[in-house]
Write a protein that binds this ligand. Sequence first.
Ligand SMILES: Nc1ccn([C@@H]2O[C@H](COP(=O)(O)OP(=O)(O)OP(=O)(O)O)[C@@H](O)[C@H]2O)c(=O)n1
Ligand SMILES: C[C@](O)(CO)[C@H](O)COP(=O)(O)O
Length: 218
Amino acid sequence: MTSAVLIVAAGQGTRAGGPVAKQWQEVAGKPVARWTLERFAPRPTVLVIRPEDEPRALAVSDGLDVRLVQGGATRAASVRAGLEALAEAQPDTVLIHDVARPCVPERVIAAVEAALARTAGAAPALAVTDALWTGADGLVTGTRDRAGLFRAQTPQGFRFDAILAAHRSHDGDAADDVAVARAAGLAVAIVPGAEDNLKITAPEDFARAAQILAREKE
Ligand SMILES: Nc1ccn([C@@H]2O[C@H](COP(=O)(O)OP(=O)(O)OP(=O)(O)O)[C@@H](O)[C@H]2O)c(=O)n1
Ligand SMILES: C[C@](O)(CO)[C@H](O)COP(=O)(O)O
């Protein structure tokens, strides 16, 4: 069984702010992208980037088994570019991960890999535990049932040929690869995610990630 890792890093990190996109900023002494790549080492990895970021990407991937691929205008386009780059090698499975999730625990990666022996797709998630409201103009306007709702994470894993075909036939801008897989009729198992597996999205998330990564270094 051969497997590959595809890490998407061609976003601009607009919401996180800063002088460079979030994946190239330092957290707990290393660039976010380096932490993320190390989570998956020594697995062979495709890192999808914007062409202007090539020097940064070469620096953060030094010494690791990483191949750089040019991304697209949307997350879905970047994933598709990475999958096409892997098409010739045709691994049995692929794990698709956001570079912006540098704290993913090994147990989450292992759970996704293990589930792929049974289903075409598998992805980590956390059940919603807070009460849910709707709101408008600063006021609560209603409540929603939280039963059966999950917060989606990555890595999202798939049988390679199935997710490549799903992306090739998907024309929308899907939020994630589970949406693309489900649109193609693939079954996707939910495996336990982790609170530590946060996505750096807003400026305050850097401090949260730094705390998690610093705790691990102790
Ligand atoms: N054209 C794009 C857009 C996003 N991504 C990647 O998809 C992941 C999830 O996206 P998000 O957190 O939304 O990142 P950004 O698009 O960079 O953030 P923002 O929306 O704040 O600009 C990130 O790892 C990001 O680098 C990508 O590879 N190509
Ligand atoms: C793929 C994802 O990380 C799942 O939680 C997420 O959908 C991607 O980023 P978004 O821009 O915050 O939707």
